[in-house]
Design a protein around this ligand. Structure first.
Ligand SMILES: [Zn+2]
Length: 103
């Protein structure tokens, strides 16, 4: 699901990040087992979605009213899937056929 960032206006899939740092985690594990374990559990529990561009946690789904307003303000327009030329002509032919049958 695409999310819009409240801080920078980026519209993209979020990335999952953990708080703290891998370096601190490794040092704690090397020095003492218990603090390392606690730190690892805390980091796993802190995983959250963040903006790919700026790392902000303030993200809104694009399909919500506030998210759409923000995304459009940042120049994002939702993709519109157009039907193929074949589908359009098949639809027209079917419409003509139904029109003839109704008469
Ligand atoms: Zn951002």
């Amino acid at each position: 699901m695409k999310l819009v960032c409240k801080d920078c206006g980026t519209v993209d899939e979020p990335k999952t990040v953990a708080r703290g740092s891998m370096a601190v985690e490794i040092v704690l594990w090397l020095l003492f087992i218990v603090p390392g374990l606690i730190y690892s559990i805390w980091r796993l529990g802190s995983k959250h979605d963040a903006c790919r561009a700026c790392g902000s946690e303030k993200l809104l789904p694009v399909h919500t009213p506030a998210g759409r307003t923000l995304a459009e303000g940042a120049g994002y327009t939702a993709e519109v899937i157009k039907p193929s030329a074949g589908a359009v002509s098949a639809g027209r032919a079917l419409g003509r056929l139904v029109g003839r049958l109704k008469r």
